[in-house]
Structures are given as C-alpha cells and as structure tokens.
Ligand binder design. Structure first.
Ligand code: C5P
Length: 296
C-alpha cells in the first residue's frame, strides 16, 4: 500500500470538547510524499520500519499500523498475526499525518488480505478511533474536516498544486502544540471554527495565487512558540516569492506553495541554501488516499 502525507491548507481551532479534543474546521490536501506499507500473514504480529526517521517510530502494540490491524481483526473476526513493513517517506512527528497514513494503509491492506471488502466510508469510520487524521488518509484528494478533523467530506478542487516542504531535524508532539495553543489563547473565548470562503473559491477556480494568499493555520503561532526557528524558514520561502507559506498542521514541517515546477525548484534551492531546515522535498497535490501500489 502507499499512503500520502497531508497538508492543512486551512485550520481553525475551536473549543475543547468534553473528550479533550479540540473542535476544528480544516481543509486537507493529500500530497505526493508517501509511506509504503506491506502486510502479510505471519506467525505473530510484528512491525518493521525503514526509511527516514524510522528509529523514532514505535515497533510495539502502540504503533498506529499495528493498532489498525488489531482493530480490523477484532471487528471482522480475523487473525491479527501479520508482519507489517513500513517504509517512511513522510516525516515522523512532522505535522503531515505520517502515523495516520500508516494506519490507513494497514486498514486497506488487511481489508484486501482478509477479503473483508469494506467500503472506504466504513474503514474511515473505524479508523477515526485510531487518530483524527486517519479518515482523511483513506480518502485523500482535497477535503474538509470537521469534528476533531475526523468527519471528512470532499471539496471541489481544480488544478494541480506544486508544494515545497521544509523538514525539521526534530519532530514536535501534537498534544504539546495543542497545549501551547491553549496556553497562548487562555482567557480568550474560543472562536467558532470557520470555513474559509476565499480558500474554497480559490480551490474551485484552481487559482494557485489566491490559494496561497488564503492559506492559514491557527496552530502556527503555537508551533513557532515551541520552535522559534520555524519563523526563519517561513521567511526564506516568502522572500523567494512563495505564493503562500505556512506550518503544516502541528508542525514542524513548513509548506510553501509554488507557481510551477521551476518555481518549486527555486524555493527548494533557497531553503536548502539557507540552512534553516534539515531537508527539502517537493510534492504535488492533490493525490489519492491510501491504496495498493499500482492502482486497486
Ligand atoms: O487524533 P490524534 O492522535 O492526531 O491526536 C493527537 C493529540 O492531538 C490528541 O491527543 C490531542 O491532544 C490533540 N488533538 C486535539 N484536537 C484535535 C486533534 C488532536 O486536541 N482535533
């Protein structure tokens, strides 16, 4: 299976819910940076991880792909003893939903392995239990997320967008970024999460410049507060004429929208030269959600 990274083109954070999660409204886009996940029957449930940041991914029962296998096994009455092999292309703890991508891929993989033939919607409903971003990782494309981000509906989006992602050397903890958001906004009345009319219109029109101007992320200040150097990375991309620049989700990955492929290369070079990030990758969006390699 191959499962894509996500960017949040728009993220507004609302009130804390009784379950401790924040109410939010977001617009996701799946971009062409992938984790590859293989599942095959074995004598026990095991997890092997390779690729960038592999040493940071848990190999025990807390691994999100392992949890996905167990969840589907329990719900369908199958034997959870499978060998899971994950090759990371998505930054670990980077704000691009790499763990959720692995969970989504494991769900799709075991659904095929066991012949369950569950619909995407049913997998998404089950997957929401594993993480807020799992339903979107199954759907992909460009989509609106509400609730804690787990209620996903497609958004009309035309065009292809050229993204440059600046990766940080060390990850950020999502709960820590939300906690910092709460600290920075303490005493303020939580806003009603808003959809962004300008952003939706830009996506409908396939207008990259308008999309760049409409990008926004309520978690950005919290991520920068915990990792002040992200502000420098954002400035480098902006000075290179990025149509828009923002922290991806809870960070620390930063995303820059380019006008075309050549512009994406210019931004990549500038970011690499600046020394303000650990790595730079280019990715096109939107792309499909978790699916078998070679179609399916
Ligand atoms: O669902 P996920 O595993 O991505 O959430 C990780 C953590 O991020 C949660 O435990 C919570 O602290 C925070 N979170 C939140 N509100 C959301 C999504 C995540 O507070 N809507």
């Amino acid at each position: 299976m191959r499962a894509p990274a996500k960017l949040n083109l728009h993220l507004t954070v609302g009130a804390v819910r009784p379950d401790g999660f924040h109410e939010l409204t977001t617009v996701f886009q799946a971009v062409g940076l992938y984790d590859e996940v293989t599942v095959r029957r074995d004598d026990e449930l095991t997890v092997k991880v390779t690729g960038v940041g592999a040493d940071l991914v848990p190999l025990d029962a807390t691994n999100l792909a392992a949890r996905a296998v167990c969840l589907l096994a329990v719900q369908t009455g199958h034997d959870p003893r499978v060998a899971i092999a994950i090759h990371k292309g998505i930054p670990v703890a980077g704000g691009c939903a790499g763990g959720s991508a692995d969970a989504a891929a494991a769900l799709v993989g075991c659904d095929a392995l066991w012949g369950c033939d569950w619909s995407r919607d049913r997998l998404a409903e089950a997957g929401a239990e594993l993480g807020s971003d799992v339903p979107f990782a199954l759907v992909g494309g460009t989509a609106m997320g509400t609730g804690r981000g787990d209620h996903v509906s497609p958004v009309l989006a035309r065009g292809t967008y050229y993204w440059v992602l600046a990766l940080a050397a060390d990850g950020l903890s999502t709960p820590a970024v939300y906690a910092e958001y709460d600290r920075l906004n303490a005493g303020l009345r939580p806003p009603e999460p808003q959809v962004a009319p300008a952003l939706m219109a830009a996506l409908r029109a396939g207008d990259a410049a308008a999309l760049g101007a409409a990008l926004s992320n309520d978690l950005q200040d919290a991520a920068i507060s915990l990792r002040p150097e992200l502000a420098r990375t954002l400035t480098v991309g902006e000075e290179c004429g990025a149509l828009g620049a923002l922290v991806s989700g809870s960070g620390p990955t930063t995303a820059f929208l380019a006008g075309d492929e050549e512009h994406a290369l210019d931004i990549s070079f500038a970011l690499t030269r600046s020394g303000t990030c650990a790595d730079v990758v280019q990715a096109i969006g939107p792309v499909a959600g978790a699916r078998p390699v070679g179609g399916g």
